[in-house]
Every structure is written in C-alpha cells, then in structure tokens.
Write a protein that binds this ligand. Structure first.
Ligand code: SME
Length: 167
C-alpha cells in the first residue's frame, strides 16, 4: 500500500465504520468480532487480526480472523505478552528478530500489538495484527489501531431509532 497518508485515511474510514457498527452493541465479544472482521477485510496486508484476552492470568485467544491461532500463549513470552507487560503498543518489524516470538503461523513476518483497556484503564488483553510482509507496521498503524481497540470497552452508543419509531 502506498504511503503513510493512505494508511491513515484508511484507518479513519475503518474507525468511522466500526463506530457505526458497534453503536448499540452492549458486549465486548460482539464488538471484538465486528472490529476484527472489519479490519481484516478492509485493511490490506493483514494475515491475522484478532484479540488475546487475560483470563485468570493466562492470555487466551478471543475473536479473530485468519488461520487457526494458538489458543493459549506461553506465559510472559512473545509479542502479545510484551504488550501486556510493558502496557504499551509493540511494533515488531521482523518477528524472527524478536526474542520469544510465538509463531502460530509460520508465514507471519511482522506484527503489532496494542493493549486493550477497560474503562477504568486496566489492561484486559491485546489487539494483535500480523502480516506476511517484513516491516509492514509503523506508527500510522499504532495510531490507527489504538482507537479501534478502545471501542471494545467504550460506553454503549445510542441506537439509531427504528424506522417508524417516535424516538
Ligand atoms: N505472535 C504472537 C502470538 C499470537 S499470533 O501472532 C496470532 C506472540 O508472539 O505473542
């Protein structure tokens, strides 16, 4: 895909669409499923797009798009755990150069992980995105993915009134 500008404007369109789709969805599962599908099919270059969630101290796979992923990640190892432990976005240009990287899909060459936060700020998991191309992710992805991750636990939006209702 050409340039950072192009990527950023695509993220803006995806975010606007995601906001519409998740407005009125009460729970995180339906929101994560919707965001993963939208992102995976609207943003070029992604081979795996989904969520890992903290459950009883383990990082367990959540809604995703792509090949079947590792269901539970080895504790405190790999890129997803790095995002949790550092409590920040982690961009990995070359997964083979990242100590402890967990290869669920051997075609994956680069990766970005964005912490998923609850409304009180506590980390609930990560949004994890892979590409089969080396160096695919940059600051434009970090900036574009953070508001999408934040939608998962955002206040439920107003539902659009049904046709014919007197809202
Ligand atoms: N590569 C990740 C594991 C999850 S998959 O990319 C879907 C990691 O190192 O944590």
């Amino acid at each position: 895909m050409a340039g950072r500008e192009n990527k950023s404007s695509r993220y803006e369109r995806i975010l606007a669409h995601a906001r519409e789709l998740v407005a009125g969805l009460p729970g995180p599962i339906s929101r994560m499923s919707t965001i993963a599908a939208l992102l995976h099919h609207k943003m070029p270059g992604l081979s795996w797009t989904g969520f890992y969630l903290l459950e009883d101290g383990q990082l367990v796979v959540g809604p995703y798009q792509g090949l079947v992923a590792c269901p539970v990640l080895d504790k405190h190892r790999g890129v997803c755990w790095a995002g949790i432990l550092r409590n920040e976005t982690v961009i990995v240009p070359d997964v083979q150069a990242f100590p402890g990287h967990i290869a669920c899909d051997s075609r994956s060459k680069s990766e970005i992980v964005v912490p998923l936060r609850r409304r009180d700020g506590a980390v609930a998991g990560v949004l994890d995105v892979d590409s089969t191309r080396i160096g695919w992710f940059d600051e434009a992805d970090a900036a574009g993915l953070a508001p999408l991750a934040n939608l998962v636990h955002a206040e439920p939006g107003e539902r659009k009134p049904e046709k014919g209702s007197h809202a």
